[in-house]
Ligand binder design. Structure first.
Ligand code: DX5
Ligand code: ZN
Length: 220
């Protein structure tokens, strides 16, 4: 299976959101990072930007919403209504992870779970069977353009082993500091979706950044 790419619009020029999204129409996913200033020390954007991204996306592109917000249950219905196809919640952000996953499925979306680099992988295991996506953070969430934390590679390998043992078809995503220098090693470790913000929306625009990333995977 070729790896799928998920440009993060957090790194794009918001004065030209429509063009920035159009530039990456060939990517399988569009990654939408929502931050509340509580779960993470930053506020990004919310529902109107998600809705605009949905409108600018190519038909069939998966709108992948990464919720970095406390008690995400409060807003799941709103994000589904605004155009999310897939909603990912942090294991650290809710005391009721199963409930959040059930709610996401009840809204007709794919359900993902994500953990911070310092959170024990074991926290995933009780929900692993029922999710459509697992996201391994390779930076502490909150900001784009941070440095990749190398121990994430081993964490991807471990989760890949668990998913395979279960016979799960869930996607395994990595997010943070991903670029041409480490993309292939993440795929080799078992990642099936690579999130990339600054390495896609670099100095020369999203289309060029996406091409560079694919070239690093021998797929250009
Ligand atoms: C970080 C976000 C990431 C971010 C990645 O909190 O979850 O999705 O946009 O940005 P880069 O690829 O620049 O590290
Ligand atoms: Zn993200």
């Amino acid at each position: 299976m070729p790896v799928k790419l998920a440009p993060s619009i957090l790194a794009c020029d918001f004065t030209r959101l429509g063009d920035e999204v159009s530039a990456v129409h060939e990517a399988e996913y569009l990654h939408v990072d929502v931050m509340d200033g509580m779960f993470v020390p930053n506020i990004s954007f919310g529902l109107p930007i998600l809705a605009a991204t949905r409108r600018a996306a190519a038909p069939g592109q998966i709108i992948d919403v990464h919720l970095m917000i406390q008690q995400p249950e409060r807003y799941l219905a709103d994000f589904a209504a605004a155009g999310a196809d897939s909603i990912t919640v942090h294991v650290e952000a809710t005391a009721h992870l199963h409930r959040a996953i059930q709610m996401i499925h009840g809204l007709g979306c794919r359900a993902g779970v994500v953990l911070n680099p310092g959170t024990a992988l074991e926290t995933l295991r009780p929900v692993l069977q029922g999710v459509d996506l697992v996201l391994v953070m390779s930076v502490n969430p909150g900001f784009g353009a941070q440095q990749f934390i190398p121990s994430a590679l081993e964490r991807v390998r471990t989760v890949r082993g668990w998913l395979d043992e279960l016979g799960s078809a869930a996607e395994l995503q990595v997010d943070g500091g991903v670029g041409p220098g480490n993309a292939q090693s993440l795929v080799d470790a078992g990642a099936s979706v690579l999130v990339a913000g600054s390495s896609v929306y670099g100095a020369d625009g999203g289309a060029a950044g996406l091409t560079r990333l694919r070239a690093s995977l021998g797929e250009a």
